[in-house]
Write a protein that binds this ligand. Structure first.
Ligand code: SAH
Length: 401
């Protein structure tokens, strides 16, 4: 079986090249061909020696997930359903805005976390995505969008300026594959995104928030959704394992580590925790030291569920909970899906909630709902999941009992 080069970050490609007697610079050339130029045919990689091209053709492929269907919303949001084999499909969403373009990518087929208001959770879970399937979404979307907007292809700006890991799945329970994909996103020989423009969103897998901080401190979003353990246990069941106190401490550590790194960046002689970390590839550590620190706040996501978590009292509890954590609050009007059992909070309730937070000095924004008419909005991504947990079957049995 040939290997898929989309599965390899620069370090992996360097090792692969070494195993066939090639120098490290070949790995960088390959990264550029594959990720910057979107090339999948080794024959067309003209600055590689012919025998190397032939060896690669025998040994390897560049294979992104294939497209099953796609749709465009009235607001320009574009959604792809990508096949990852054995009847499974994942969703990737591109959200164009005036001065940026955000790609929302999936990390798993389905999700194992069962958040009560999320349609991905309802689909059950099949498996983790490979690194190639994660980065393949960006690879694919770049090519597809460039051919859709051929004028932009000639410009220097990439259409996709930001990536958010907010699609299907819980990225921090697919840690290794997600981190390798992040390394490729940040690599200057590949997509060259800055750490501020790449966001990992998690329901709160506390130990892996710390691991992310050491391995690849990109912008962090945490799906909070409730200010107390009692309420959060019902909405985000992983809270029973990692309760709010532990989660808030992890968020604080994440931001504190960013400050340490920023200090190290300002003062080149100071050894940085990051730079001594063996897990960070040298080229990235060098880039981070040179330009750019991660964000120095965490974004808390908070879905607005009518009559459930949207009272002014909840806003006050939120203020108390987050007092020690440098953060911004992003309020997400609930996006409905069939039989969800929830309703979106009315706009005036969302506004009153937001104003309570703002008045106390917390930065709180309301997320604009995008791509709703193609089920492309937050929590609406269902993909096509061959459920191995049989969650759907069990729920249907319970409902009919
Ligand atoms: N598992 C990760 C990544 C998913 S991100 C996480 O939980 O953070 C998707 C975001 O949309 C999360 O904040 C999620 O809680 C939120 N969401 C899920 N269902 C939603 C819905 N129906 N309406 C609005 N937001 C929803």
């Amino acid at each position: 079986m040939p290997v898929n080069l989309l599965d390899y970050d620069q370090r992996g490609l360097t090792d692969l090249c070494a195993s066939i007697g090639e120098q490290p610079f070949r790995a960088r050339q390959l990264m550029r061909w594959i990720h910057q130029l979107g090339e999948s045919d080794f024959e067309r990689m003209t600055d590689l020696a012919k025998p190397l091209r032939a060896t690669l053709a025998q040994l390897a492929v560049v294979q992104p997930p294939s497209v099953m269907s796609e749709s465009t919303a009235a607001d320009g949001t574009h959604k792809w359903l990508l096949s990852v084999g054995a009847g499974n499909g994942i969703e990737t969403v591109f959200i164009p805005e005036v001065n940026r373009g955000t790609l929302c990518i999936s990390s798993q087929v389905g999700c194992a976390l069962k958040c009560s208001f999320c349609s991905t959770g309802r689909q059950g879970f099949n498996r983790n995505l490979t690194t190639g399937e994660i980065i393949g979404q960006l690879w694919w979307a770049n090519r597809a969008l460039e051919s859709m907007h051929s004028s932009a292809a000639s410009g220097k700006d990439r259409i996709i300026s930001n990536v958010v890991m907010m699609g299907m799945g819980e990225p921090l329970t697919n840690f290794e594959n997600v981190v390798a994909a992040l390394y490729i996103m940040l690599d200057d020989h590949a997509y060259g995104l800055s750490r501020r423009r790449v966001t990992v969103s998690t329901a709160g897998i506390v130990p892996n928030i710390d691991r992310l901080s050491a391995a690849c401190p990109v912008a962090l979003a945490v799906s909070l959704h409730a200010p107390t353990d009692d309420l959060r246990n019902t909405l985000v069941p992983i809270n029973r394992k990692y309760p709010l106190k532990d989660l808030m401490e992890a968020c604080r550590r994440y931001v504190d580590a960013a400050h340490v790194d920023r200090a190290a960046e300002d003062e080149p002689d100071l050894p940085s925790r990051l730079l001594t970390s063996k897990s960070v590839p040298a080229a990235l550590a060098h880039k981070w030291k040179r330009n750019g620190s991660p964000r120095d706040f965490v974004t808390f996501e908070y879905v607005m569920l009518d009559g459930v978590n949207d009272r002014i009292e909840h806003a006050r509890q939120l203020l108390a909970l987050t007092r020690e954590v440098p953060c911004k609050l992003n309020l997400i009007p609930f996006n409905p899906f069939p039989d969800s059992g929830y309703r979106r909070s009315p706009p005036e309730q969302i506004r009153a909630f937001q104003e309570t937070l703002l008045a106390a000095g917390l930065i709180a924004t309301v997320r604009k709902t995008r791509g709703e008419d193609i089920d492309g909005a937050c929590g609406q991504l269902a993909g096509q999941v061959v459920d191995r947990t049989r969650r759907r079957l069990r729920r249907e049995a319970e409902e009919s009992a």
